[in-house]
Design a protein around this ligand. Structure first.
Ligand code: DX5
Ligand code: ZN
Length: 223
């Protein structure tokens, strides 16, 4: 079953709860929350206080994507704030095994994120500790970028490798997903879609999410 996690990065921050409610009512499977520290990526977003406040107002699964230089500083804070899933980038995680276990010890699902240029083999030694894999399909830092075409092959290679290892770890992707490339990405083997501008930059985000869900239904290829 394909899952969709809207990313609030492209929502109107001054009316964030309205945006969350729109996608919650339309059946979102989770809410993707992008944490940027101005170091790992050249942009800033929000911190644990916003996550804690959303936790009080929504029942959606909260998926925190840490785009930060020092994940160890933040795992505890976001776990406390009510994150359900926390993902960390392999590129800056000097102690990836330790950090994944720090997330799991707090009863949260632990994900590893790979940037578009980061090879899949970085996962090899930690794969048994990983609850989900997030492949970035744009360079992290902003919403509304174009999907990087070579990522189709990367998704397929990861899927094949996981199958060969007899592992059914879900593949999440993040960046540049639109109704136009959605079905091709399902065929590539994506399990969980993070979608920001493809939902929140449309006139009716709830309706757009319903449309994505309809496209994900098994059966004939739809327009
Ligand atoms: C980018 C973020 C994404 C972002 C995706 O660094 O990690 O979650 O919201 O936005 P779209 O779907 O617009 O590419
Ligand atoms: Zn993200």
């Amino acid at each position: 079953m394909i899952k969709i996690f809207p990313s609030i990065l492209s929502a109107d921050f001054s009316r964030i709860i309205d945006a969350v409610k729109q996608v919650e009512e339309a059946g979102a499977d989770g809410l993707h929350l992008d944490i940027m520290d101005g170091h790992f990526v050249p942009n800033l977003t929000f911190g644990p206080d916003l996550v804690a406040s959303l936790r009080e107002k929504t029942n959606l699964l909260l998926d925190v994507h840490l785009m930060v230089e020092n994940a160890q500083l933040f795992i505890e804070l976001f776990a406390e704030a009510g994150a359900d899933w926390i993902s960390i980038h392999a590129e800056r995680a000097f102690h990836l095994n330790y950090e994944l276990n720090a997330i799991k010890k707090r009863g949260k699902k632990a994900g590893v994120v790979l940037n578009p240029a980061t090879p899949i083999h970085l996962l090899t030694e930690v794969i048994t500790e990983v609850d989900y894999i997030l492949l970035m399909t744009v360079n992290p830092g902003w919403g509304g970028q174009e999907f990087i075409p070579s990522c189709h092959q990367k998704i397929r290679r990861l899927k094949t490798w996981l199958k060969g290892q007899n592992l059914s770890i879900p593949i999440q992707i993040d960046g540049g997903v639109k109704t136009e490339n959605f079905q091709e990405l399902i065929e590539d083997g994506v399990d969980i879609f993070v979608i920001g501008s493809g939902i929140f930059n449309t006139p009716e985000p709830g309706q757009t999410l319903l449309h994505f869900k309809e496209l994900a239904l098994p059966g004939e290829k739809k327009q």
